[in-house]
Design a binder for this molecule. Structure first.
Ligand SMILES: NC(=O)c1ccc[n+]([C@@H]2O[C@H](COP(=O)([O-])OP(=O)(O)OC[C@H]3O[C@@H](n4cnc5c(N)ncnc54)[C@H](OP(=O)(O)O)[C@@H]3O)[C@@H](O)[C@H]2O)c1
Length: 241
């Protein structure tokens, strides 16, 4: 395969929500811990999240001050700082909004490692943002002129960073984009036995307004494991063996 094997790994409520008050209920903590353990179990060298998720959990909305004069034009060519990192965090940030101040994400539990950051950009990004990424040593790749082509993105991840297995870890709009391009091979779902009941929160797969809705996508059950306290770990694949 010219691209990595792609596993979408997520936690949802019984009503398919990936965020919401159900995650604040005391018993939900056990399921998010299981989610992290399963991440470690897959032994993948790379995980990917969308800009909204990265902002919420890692850059905490930090805004960069990039108002400098005389920034030279930087060619829209992929920039690889570390092709031999043990693990990678891939940030889908089409127009360069994430306020990174370091080039790696420190481990936040025993199932996570120090991950070298790779930004996925479109050519619309500013020269000032590219100069900032270069300055702090973040790798970046281009996935399209104005829109991202994820088939191209994942081929580049394999070619430039030897990523053979990729954990796609949300949120719903990024997952939906991958599903839309037929790029999900496996779904690893930690099902929390709580119904969130919100009618306007993000679900497992969402379709951005600029994408055409695809036909329903079939999944086939590969494995099922009972977790404690009534939870399930479901593994589905999109192709029969
Ligand atoms: N339950 C779980 O397992 C789990 C896992 C991960 C995240 N989450 C939660 O999910 C929530 C965020 O989900 P979300 O769906 O709103 O956001 P998201 O998928 O994290 O990020 C969406 C953003 O990524 C970029 N993007 C995604 N698809 C794109 C495409 N096809 N082309 C170009 N850019 C694309 C866009 O960035 P721009 O807006 O900059 O253009 C888009 O707004 C957070 O609250 C997070 O905590 C839950």
């Amino acid at each position: 395969m010219k691209r990595p094997y792609i596993i979408c790994h997520m936690v949802t409520s019984l009503d398919g929500k990936i965020i919401g008050d159900y995650l604040k209920v005391e018993r939900a903590a056990y399921f998010t811990e299981e989610y992290e353990k399963i991440h470690g179990w897959y032994g993948s060298k790379a995980w990917m999240c969308g800009r909204v998720t990265m902002e919420e959990h890692f850059t905490f909305g930090h805004k960069l001050d990039l108002a400098q004069e005389n920034i030279e034009m930087i060619p829209r060519i992929d920039y690889v700082v570390n092709k031999d990192a043990k693990t990678y965090a891939i940030a889908v940030d089409p127009s360069g909004k994430l306020g990174w101040t370091e080039n790696s994400i420190a481990p936040w539990n025993e199932d996570r490692t120090e991950d070298h950051i790779v930004e996925v950009l479109t050519e619309q990004v500013s020269d000032a943002y590219l100069a900032h990424l270069k300055k702090i040593g973040i790798s970046y790749i281009f996935g399209g002129k104005e829109r991202l082509n994820f088939s191209l993105v994942v081929e580049k991840l394999k070619k430039l960073f030897t990523i053979d297995k990729l954990m796609l870890e949300g949120g719903g709009f990024l997952n939906g984009s991958f599903l839309n391009e037929g790029l999900i091979d496996e779904l690893s779902l930690v099902l929390v036995p709580i119904a969130d009941t919100a009618s306007n929160s993000v679900t497992l797969f969402e379709t951005s307004s600029y994408l055409n809705k695809r036909q329903p996508v079939n999944f086939y059950l590969k494995d099922i494991e009972k977790l404690d306290d009534g939870g399930l770990w479901l593994k589905y694949v999109t192709k029969h063996d």
